[in-house]
Design a binder for this molecule. Structure first.
Ligand code: GLN
Length: 392
């Protein structure tokens, strides 16, 4: 067989998605890949049932159905205090994943440098390789996951074309403050770089933290590409609906990438999801409150078990510190991946090894999520009790 692409040999499959496959194989409770095990809002499902008979069943306009782009433009305009043009500044994609990949392909030439905070959502690594970009990693330092401003400026000084900001951050749960975002924005202006944001958890955020849109900060709209998704906000991760919003010139180019990558996102699903995007503000308040209860319940459960963990300010991810386990003789020399595989088999709970998010050699953190109904969280906690018992 002739040699395959070198580029593709430079990254592995997604460890997040791989953990789901292993979890399914062993029938474990899957707290690895982040998606809810409860239903999407009824109004969206009712519309989907209608659409099944009424259509559309053929392609939508490549860039996304008019009504969905209009609804998203209205929602985003309100959020950032500026009118967003649904025709020129919004692109509907197949999930946030395609939004991010299109943004990277639109902005980067091979060899361009892109600043990425570490730990980072693992897609960004493959996005960088496929778009030819060279990541410059800037650590988010635990426990608060702060960054050193001088280190960040040094990264920009190396000639960064763009920075990726995942806010709220997966996997750390960090919510960037307005001041931090203003600082990042000021560097983007000073060094003439784009800011590509990933805001898929914007509505899963816990008081007193609030979401600040980079695109809404003074002077930032023209250099910000906002990537987002309907997956988490409306509990429809399998529908693969995402979007990208940015200045017209950028979106015009992103549309070309999207056109040849996927042609378009599923038309019937766009039509049904549009109902959600038109929900009143109270929907988002209830969503945040629901996840707030889950956070309190799950983190409280981990505390009772004596398991050390982070508590997210936003998103539904928790990093569990497994250092004490790795110090036990039976786990001596183990990687976090081996530990996660063992946990699936012997404890019956799936997590993601933290090393798949870190540039640095971190081996003592694993990621769990709490986007699960109470019964599932109860069962997961009772299984994790077997884990914590090893330390007693
Ligand atoms: N963002 C989710 C996670 O980190 C998964 C998204 C995906 O698999 N496309 O688990």
């Amino acid at each position: 067989m002739p040699a395959l692409s070198r580029r593709v040999s430079l990254f592995t499959d997604s460890v997040i998605r791989r953990m789901t496959r292993i979890s399914d194989e062993y029938g474990a409770i899957n707290l690895s890949q982040g998606f809810p095990d409860f239903d999407p809002p009824k109004a969206i499902l009712d519309r989907l049932a209608e659409v099944a008979h009424e259509g559309p069943h053929q392609y939508s306009i490549t860039f996304g159905a008019d009504n969905l782009r209009e609804a998203l433009a209205r929602k985003h305009s309100k959020a950032i205090g500026r009118t967003v043009d649904p025709a020129e500044e919004v692109l509907i994609t197949c999930g946030g994943t395609e939004a991010m990949m299109s943004a990277m392909m639109t902005v980067c030439n091979p060899g361009d440098k892109v600043v990425v905070f570490s730990p980072f959502y693992e897609n960004y690594g493959a996005d960088a390789i496929l778009s030819g970009a060279e990541p410059i990693y800037v650590p988010l330092v635990p426990p608060a996951f702060d960054f050193d401003r001088a280190v960040l400026e040094d990264a920009f000084r190396q000639g960064a074309k763009a920075i990726i900001v995942c806010n709220p951050s997966n996997p750390t749960g960090k919510v960037f403050t307005r001041e931090e975002l203003e600082f990042i924005g000021s560097l983007a202006v000073k060094y003439d770089a784009f800011v590509i944001t990933d805001e898929v958890y914007e509505h899963i955020i816990f008081p007193p933290y609030t979401h600040v849109h980079m695109a809404g900060l003074p002077g930032m709209y023209d250099r910000t590409i906002t990537c987002n998704s309907l997956s988490k906000t409306y509990s429809i991760t399998g529908w693969r609906l995402g979007y990208l919003i940015g200045p017209a010139e950028v979106v015009e180019n992103a549309k070309k990438v999207h056109d040849f990558l996927t042609v378009g996102a599923p038309a019937p699903l766009q039509e049904a999801a549009c109902v959600g995007v038109n929900f009143p503000e109270s929907y988002y308040e209830e969503l945040a409150a629901l996840y707030g209860e889950k956070r309190a319940y799950f983190c409280g459960g981990l505390d009772k078990l004596g398991l050390k963990h982070t508590t997210p300010q936003g998103s539904y991810f928790v990093m569990l510190d497994i250092s004490d386990f790795l110090a036990l003789p039976q786990f001596s020399g183990w990687t976090d991946l081996q530990f996660c595989e063992w946990m699936i088999r012997e404890i019956g709970v799936a997590a993601v090894p933290g090393s798949s998010f870190f540039r640095e050699p971190v081996n003592h953190l694993i990621r769990l999520h709490f986007a699960r109904c109470k019964e599932t969280l109860d069962l997961a906690l009772s299984r994790l009790a077997k884990l914590s018992a090893l330390l007693k």
